[in-house]
Design a protein around this ligand. Structure first.
Ligand SMILES: NC(=O)c1ccc[n+]([C@@H]2O[C@H](COP(=O)([O-])OP(=O)(O)OC[C@H]3O[C@@H](n4cnc5c(N)ncnc54)[C@H](O)[C@@H]3O)[C@@H](O)[C@H]2O)c1
Ligand SMILES: N[C@H](CO)Cc1c[nH]c[nH+]1
Ligand SMILES: [Zn+2]
Length: 431
């Protein structure tokens, strides 16, 4: 882990760059995949499963036997844990529901706004190097709560041609029945264009590797919406002497183990603390089954020493981390200074893993600095807000002249007439 000592502002962009997202090279692979799925439908999905997941699939759907045996393969302890997580995620996402808004803005002019579910949604559940069944909860729960009519779930098959039992079990628990064995860019293409077996959806959700993220971004050119670019996981820990170096190291490693292209950052105020954390990382790393992945991610990672708390916060907002852990004495000041982050974890006893699994917040979050302009997934991501208005004759008498003069000055007479014709009618009626 490289250590930077009070880097000057002009160097932040370069010094804190994420591992190069080789957009051009990735797009070169992803675009033909999209094209082929659009042209050849299911046939292309079978072909890409062979090419990228190294399996010859018999069917794109899990069989009834696979679904039944998935439930049997999950231990009672894991089932219990999934239930606790589900309850917390449901509770926190349910609390996000906004009631219908109705307002009589002036006498006789009533405006309202309602949340209407997006009808068809596609959920991508990563499965390349780890079976992220927790993502089924994070996407499936708000989709069901929002009332989406059709929910399709795609996840890559393993070498036996199966989707991980925990993903199948959790999907069933949440109430998702349309499950497709497809991963990577081909899954995104299938949900974008539709195939013989996969319905075309209105919006695609979910994290994934660089191929998935690039495919989602290209897919938007074909009329489908996406939640956000949710790529390789990252965490920034802002800690001082009051933090426990072993805890900090564990948090940094928790995101480093996601993928070789993940990045983790430590921001602290003394070289001594940074070195204690680095020592802990070295010790904990050796015991991790995914140490080879984490090691590569750590090669992209940095410890930054910042003397001034204000500048530290400026740097953090500049970086806009997906996850931000704050473990400093001046906790409140730091928390209130955050304006760019996907999700914030406060205090020594709030590991980022809590949000990944079970505390209730959503773990599908913007990476790569997109926390500057995107929010993480929430109930809102699965609805559209439709506005309504109803104007009474009295209301039109009150508002009409305002509209008429504005339309006239925009040189749009037909707009003005739509009001004038009604006002004249009302005048005649009065006589
Ligand atoms: N930002 C978030 O909210 C969030 C949440 C969870 C996970 N993640 C990230 O999701 C990612 C999951 O990645 P993963 O790889 O384990 O699973 P994945 O399911 O995203 O990707 C696996 C698929 O990638 C495709 N693929 C692999 N190599 C390819 C190649 N050379 N060319 C074309 N396609 C190829 C294959 O089709 C395979 O099925 C990690 O980077 C993790 O950090 C992010
Ligand atoms: N940290 C990931 C989001 O960036 C989510 C996750 C799922 N499982 C474990 N972690
Ligand atoms: Zn994680």
């Amino acid at each position: 882990m490289k250590v930077l000592d009070n880097p000057s502002k002009e160097t932040w962009k370069k010094q804190l760059a994420r591992p190069t997202f080789k957009t051009k090279q990735i797009n070169k692979i992803v675009k033909p995949i999209l094209r082929k799925v659009k042209r050849n439908g299911d046939k292309a999905l079978f072909k890409f499963a062979m090419e990228y997941d190294h399996v010859e699939l018999e069917s794109l759907f899990p069989s009834e036997v696979e679904i039944q045996s998935a439930a049997a393969a999950i231990s009672p302890a894991l089932k219990e844990a999934i239930n606790v997580a589900k309850a917390n995620i449901e509770r926190f996402h349910m609390a996000q529901a906004t009631p219908e808004l109705v307002d009589e803005v002036m006498p006789g002019v009533v405006c309202s706004r309602k949340s209407i579910p997006i009808q068809k949604v596609g959920l991508y559940i990563p499965g390349g190097t780890a079976p992220l069944f927790s993502t089924v909860l994070m996407l499936g729960i708000p989709a069901v709560l929002a009332g989406c009519k059709e929910i399709v779930l795609c996840s890559p098959p393993n070498k036996e041609g199966k989707i991980h039992p925990a993903i199948l079990y959790t999907a069933g628990l949440v109430g998702i029945t349309k499950i497709v064995k497809a991963g990577g860019a081909q899954a995104i293409a299938a949900m974008t264009f539709g195939t013989e077996s996969v319905p075309k959806v209105d919006k695609i959700f979910g994290p994934g590797n660089q191929f998935v993220t690039a495919a989602k971004q290209i897919a938007t050119k074909y009329g489908v919406a996406i939640d956000m670019p949710a790529g390789p996981s990252e965490v920034l820990v802002y800690a001082d002497d009051s933090a426990n170096p072993a805890f900090v190291a564990a948090d940094l490693l928790s995101q480093a183990e996601h993928g070789v292209d993940s990045q983790v950052i430590l921001v602290t105020d003394t070289e001594k603390f940074a070195q204690r954390v680095i020592k802990e990382i070295d010790e904990q790393l050796e015991k991790l089954p995914r140490k080879d992945i984490a090691k590569k991610a750590l090669a992209n990672s940095i410890a930054v020493l910042m003397d001034s708390a204000e500048e530290a916060m400026e740097l953090i907002n500049f970086y806009a981390p997906e996850h931000l852990i704050i473990s400093v004495v001046e906790e409140e000041a730091a928390v209130s200074a955050v304006y760019n982050a996907g999700s914030v974890f406060i205090g020594n006893f709030t590991p980022e893993s809590a949000g990944d699994y079970a505390s209730g917040t959503n773990h599908t979050l913007p990476t790569y600095g997109y926390a500057r302009n995107y929010s993480g997934v929430s109930l809102d991501s699965f609805v559209k807000k439709i506005t309504y208005q109803k104007i009474s004759p009295e209301g039109l008498k009150n508002l009409g002249p305002t509209i008429e003069i504005m339309a006239e000055n925009e040189l749009l007479d037909a707009h003005k007439n739509a009001v004038s014709i009604r006002l004249k009618h009302l005048k005649k009626q009065k006589k």
